[in-house]
Design a protein around this ligand. Structure first.
Ligand code: FES
Length: 271
């Protein structure tokens, strides 16, 4: 069992949890994720690690209340325990010297983007970050992203904060202004799809971190399968990052919505 040592509400539906997990804190790298269960009947929730303190033995997870399991997790408080938490899982981000890196994060995708931005900055790259959300309340970790970025652009769909518009508008502005050597996209699948289409047009190598549905997280159940370049991969062991220009985003979006009716019903019963 892993104890929650800190909880910070970013908004009504998004919270940061600092969780006691010493071994994971020591070995995790940018891009790694964990799978947790809140209780014995709980779904297994994959969450990318947003940060870690190896000295204190803690990791940072950012949770958005979306369905029953995430609502149960969201309701936990400091001192409460998560039933089980396994990780670090997945392949770490390939951090290297690329030149200028454009990091595009949407919604809670900004949380897993943070350690990647930090990693690329520490590796000597020029890092430009775009953080985007539907509105001001959903913009998270702005100060932390600014700390590790040479330039940070905030975008909101409704214009309630930063520049009004989608992440792709900010990205295209940067791409037209200066040479971008590599792009990272993390956020809702539809946002990553359109970021990928944009960077494909400009032939900028792009990695997207996929949020596929997962069960075991060890490559056995097939729940997280995705098509990349015409081949089938498992997000949990082959990803979560893939060459965005090769990903079949339409299939991913369809699979992500596969249980939406059941999820909606279960949530209505829960509340
Ligand atoms: Fe089961 Fe990836 S979660 S194969």
């Amino acid at each position: 069992m892993n104890q929650i040592v800190e909880k910070v509400l970013f908004s009504e539906k998004v919270a940061k949890f600092v969780v006691d997990a010493p071994r994971i804190a020591k070995s995790r790298k940018p891009g790694h994720f964990v799978i947790l269960r809140v209780d014995e009947k709980g779904e297994r929730i994959p969450l990318t690690i947003a940060g870690a303190d190896p000295v204190k033995g803690t990791i940072v997870l950012v949770v958005q209340k979306m369905g029953v399991s995430s609502a149960k997790l969201f309701e936990l408080e400091v001192g409460d325990y998560i039933l089980d938490l396994v990780g670090p899982l997945g392949k770490a981000t390939h951090i290297h010297q690329a030149g200028t890196v454009l990091a595009c994060g949407g919604g809670v995708g900004v949380a897993p983007m943070l350690p990647i931005v930090e990693g690329f900055k520490k590796a000597g790259n020029r890092v430009i970050s775009i953080i985007a959300a539907r509105n001001k309340d959903l913009i998270i970790l702005e100060d932390e992203i600014r700390k590790w970025s040479d330039e940070t652009i905030v975008m909101t769909d409704d214009g309630s904060y930063g520049t009004k518009g989608l992440v792709t508008a900010g990205a295209e502005m940067i791409i037209q202004r200066e040479k971008v050597n590599e792009c990272i996209a993390i956020g809702p699948a539809v946002m990553m799809k359109f970021t990928s289409l944009l960077t494909k047009k400009y032939e900028i190598p792009t990695q997207a971190s996929l949020n596929a549905i997962m069960v075991d997280g060890t490559g056995m159940c097939g729940a997280c399968r995705v098509s990349v370049g015409g081949n089938t991969y498992f997000t949990c062991i082959d990803g979560p990052e893939f060459d965005a220009h090769q990903i079949d985003f339409d299939e991913l979006i369809m699979r992500l919505g596969g249980y939406s009716n059941e999820e909606k019903l279960a949530y209505e019963r829960y509340v």
